[in-house]
Ligand binder design. Structure first.
Ligand code: 26W
Length: 836
């Protein structure tokens, strides 16, 4: 059989498998028996030991959540029993972040309990929406990578794949952002202050983790005591992951660090009882807080230990489960697929080797073969400063055995490369797991690629750049390992739950099959010409906008007009995402209105939301600028009613769920080649927003799916950006483009910072003085041009809505069910295991 033929067969097989995985299943409602009747009252009274009439809203939320958990617990147990009995290949998704947000509404919806809940809350006189607001977001992630993990585990449960998420139970999630005088301030996110009804501690499944040294946290800094091996305990806390239809309830297992029970108080017989207890606190401090950096690897020792802790706990746990049902180590790759969410858990490579070599007593070659066939790696960023590299010295102190293994892997790798690419020492240096220099470092991406059978990027352009630029030399050594898996988002949370009006409109038109088979949205395409459907979709958007305006008014007092265009950019604040470019657009439009108050321009509300890493100075100045734009423009009578700028503080999953359905315009304006995929772009598209953006990340595939004529694309391509070093001159744009110049002049004249002279000077420096790596000014004119086209279209409401419908209809590919079907068929070889 020819190679082409074989590849075609594999593709066909994968396609059939994927069809099976995606097949919608029949799912009847959960039976509510008499036993469930009084669940709520019982929880209210016995959990709180209080007169049910005297409880507050938090207790009511907890009692409702616990009742829902009671209802799903049988399915949860049954799910694990089924897996245990049938011993299928399991998928383990290892991630330092799971940005899951709230659970009550999504669990109720996925259990198909909505009608029951409606009746129940009515009977009890409860207000469902305010009940939901009682639940804090589980903000166990920074941004896209963490939210992707949350969408993926939901899809895997819906598709009945025997999967488990492994992460850390941070006591404090991503900080809460408040804006003071326009500046970001950070507050601790104490999301576990009250007992969390969704988590179940599993003390009998705790695991032990050994480190090559002891450590303490003093004044927030890590103090390592070398040469004194120490032990930590990982306590699992399980959270249910309810699949749509409620048939499968998988588990998200989060590890909390603790000191061992056998903690040696004898050592402190000198009488330092209090000191000994303080040490216990040190162990617990390991999972205290999520590192709030996305896209810079800051090299904190505590983060390094966190990463090892996640890996050690999760592998010990899954290996223990594997050994219960299998006594041959050799079948591990047939029973477990471990997906590494970025390099953060890539210590899994030496850890699995250590287990197989030292505990399994296997030889190197067999251990290596098993390790590689079990592990797979997903890359989420090309930014060089985000690629993790840990000092070799840290391995010497903390993980000496792992270092030994890594050095042996490297020795064999370099030997191989030398024999396959003779006289190419440059390549040898670049593929090496070790970066030489003053401080020798381990390149975690190289380790993950070499130690696994699969490396994927998260959108077509990203996977190509990864393979042909970022890790080119390694990709030429192992070309067959590289593939693309374009991201997706769960339509249950991001359409069904977040946008009830549009979801109902869609269901009326094409039935509800789309909920588990989003490709069915294609059937909306012909309806883009149907006047009745057009007005229904328009009404749904209007409803979402009113709902959002109402929520904003009641929670913050800010009044916005649902009659204006809602134009949003929501995501982490980062130079490459170019919120600053959007700010320049806003200033340019503001200038147009100031110069010509009679200008016909549809009134617009510009929304911004997003957090900056606390140490990212420039990103914080961008937040300050956006807030000052809001303040000045709001106070300017000339533009009143024509444009507003609103910075929504504390961007989180729950805010996204409210704003995205209400948005008309989605800004996806990263410097081309920098945004690996983006996922909010997909959520906006599903919710009928039109995208104005650059040809970057998954937006490229989105525009291909919808047709470029239904997108507002502009700006440099990734190729052009890559080759722009030679010609890019910010000063040229300033000198030759009147709108660019007047926008910059207005900002640096102090118009938006009357009492804060010089606050924005650092922005002038990055935009004009230092060659601006992110090419803001190269794209501003094109952005304004695309914006003009967008406003023209908006003037024709039917034409606008038609394009919105064509976008919705083309968004089916961007369901995380499709992504997961691809991972399952092409990386994991995992199949559904229906719960019986
Ligand atoms: C070590 C510090 C650190 C922490 C997080 C470095 C890098 C990260 C992530 C890789 C950043 C991230 O969230 N990347 C985003 O991943 C999404 C899911 O694949 C993509 O959609 C986004 O484009 C990408 O920026």
């Amino acid at each position: 059989m020819s190679g082409d033929r074989a590849a075609a067969d594999v593709r066909e097989l994968n396609a059939t498998r994927m069809k099976k995985l995606l097949r919608p299943f029949e799912c009847g409602p959960i039976q509510l028996t008499g036993a469930n009747d009084a669940l709520y009252e019982r929880h209210l009274m016995f959990d709180n030991v209080v007169d049910p009439l005297a409880v507050g809203p938090r207790e009511r939320y907890e009692a409702v959540a616990r009742s829902v958990r009671d209802i799903l617990s049988q399915r949860w147990i049954r799910t694990e029993q089924t897996y245990d009995r049938e011993n299928p290949k399991r998928v383990y998704y290892l991630s330092m972040e799971f940005l899951i947000g709230r659970s009550l509404a999504s669990n109720v919806a996925n259990l198909l309990l909505d009608p029951v809940m409606r009746q129940f809350t009515e009977e009890k006189g409860l207000d469902w929406l305010s009940l939901l607001e009682q639940e804090p977001d589980a903000g166990l992630g920074n941004g896209g990578l963490g939210r992707l993990a949350a969408c993926f585990i939901e899809s895997m449960a819906t598709m009945q794949i025997p999967a488990m998420g492994y992460g850390l139970r941070y006591e404090y999630g991503i900080f809460r952002q408040a804006i003071r005088d326009g500046w970001q301030t950070e507050q601790p996110d104490n999301w576990l202050r009250y007992p969390d009804p969704w988590e179940v501690a599993r003390p009998h499944e705790e695991v032990e983790v050994t480190l090559g040294c002891s450590f303490e946290v003093r004044g927030g800094a890590l103090v390592v005591i070398p040469g004194e091996p120490s032990m930590l305990v990982g306590l699992p806390y399980d959270r249910p992951v309810v699949g749509y239809g409620g048939k499968t309830v998988n588990t998200l297992r989060l590890w909390a660090a603790a000191a061992p029970h056998s903690f040696d108080f004898q050592v402190f017989s000198a009488g330092d009882f209090v000191g000994a207890l303080a040490e216990r606190l040190t162990a617990e401090s390991l999972t205290r807080v999520l590192y709030p950096d996305d896209s810079t690897s800051m090299g904190h020792g505590l983060r390094f230990i966190q990463e090892y802790f996640l890996v050690a706990c999760s592998l010990a746990d899954l290996v223990r489960r594997f050994r219960r049902n299998n006594d041959d180590w050799g079948v591990l790759p047939e029973k477990a697929a471990i997906q590494l969410n970025d390099t953060h858990p890539s210590l899994a490579v030496p850890e699995l080797m250590r287990i197989l070599l030292d505990e399994g007593r296997l030889g190197w070659d067999e251990a290596w073969d098993i390790t590689r066939r079990t592990l797979a790696y997903t890359n989420h960023t090309l930014l060089p400063e985000a690629l993790e590299k840990w000092p070799l010295r840290w391995f010497e102190v903390l993980l000496p055995r792992h270092l030994e293994i890594i050095l042996e892997i490297n020795h064999r790798l370099l030997g191989d490369v030398r024999s396959r690419f003779p006289h190419d020492e440059g390549r040898v240096g670049r593929v090496s797991l070790i970066e030489e220099g003053d401080v020798r470092k381990i390149r975690m991406a190289n380790l993950a690629i070499v130690g696994s059978h699969s490396t994927n990027g998260v959108a077509a352009i990203h996977s190509n750049l990864l393979r042909t630029v970022t890790v080119k030399d390694l990709a030429e050594v192992f070309p067959e390992r590289f593939s693309n898996k374009t991201n997706g988002v769960t339509p249950r949370r991001w359409l069904l739950l977040a946008n009830p009006a549009l979801a109902a409109t869609i269901t009326r038109a094409i039935g509800d099959g789309w909920i588990t088979d989003l490709s069915q949205l294609e059937r909306l395409k012909p309806l883009a010409g149907d006047q009745g459907f057009l007005s229904e979709v328009r009404a749904a958007k209007r409803e979402a906008k009113i709902r959002f305006a109402e929520w904003l008014r009641s929670t913050s007092g800010v009044e916005i007009d649902p009659g204006t265009i809602f134009d949003s950019q929501v995501k982490r604040i980062h130079e490459y995402k170019r919120q600053l470019l959007n700010g320049l657009r806003v200033v340019a439009l503001y200038n147009r209105l100031r110069q010509n108050p009679d200008l016909a321009m549809a009134p617009r509300t510009f929304f911004f939301a997003g957090k900056a890493a606390p140490a990212y100075r420039l990103a914080k100045i961008v937040i300050k600028l956006l807030n000052n734009l809001a303040g000045t423009i709001d106070g300017d009578p000339v533009v009143r009613g024509r444009m507003r700028v609103v910075f929504l503080p504390d961007y989180c999953v729950s805010l996204a769920e409210k704003l995205i359905p209400a948005s008309d315009v989605s800004n996806q304006i990263s410097t081309a080649g920098y945004e690996a995929s983006g996922t909010s772009n997909m959520k906006f598209m599903m919710n009928g927003a039109l995208t104005i953006g650059t040809r970057d990340g998954a937006a490229i595939e989105m525009s291909e799916a919808a047709g470029e004529e239904n997108f507002f694309l502009f700006g440099l391509t990734a190729d052009e950006v890559a080759r722009s070093q030679s010609w890019y001159s910010p000063q040229w744009h300033y000198d030759n483009e009147p709108e660019t110049r007047s926008a910059l002049d207005l900002i640096f004249s102090g118009h938006f910072s009357r009492y804060e002279p010089g606050v924005f000077e650092p922005l002038r420096d990055t935009l004009l003085m230092h060659g601006d790596r992110y090419r803001h000014l190269a794209d501003l004119t094109a952005y304004l041009d695309a914006d003009r086209r967008l406003l023209e279209l908006y003037a024709d409401q039917d034409a606008w809505t038609r394009k919105a419908i064509l976008n919705i209809a083309a968004s089916g590919r961007f369901s995380s069910d499709r992504s997961i079907a691809e991972y399952a068929a092409e990386i994991w070889d995992a199949k559904p295991c229906p719960v019986r």
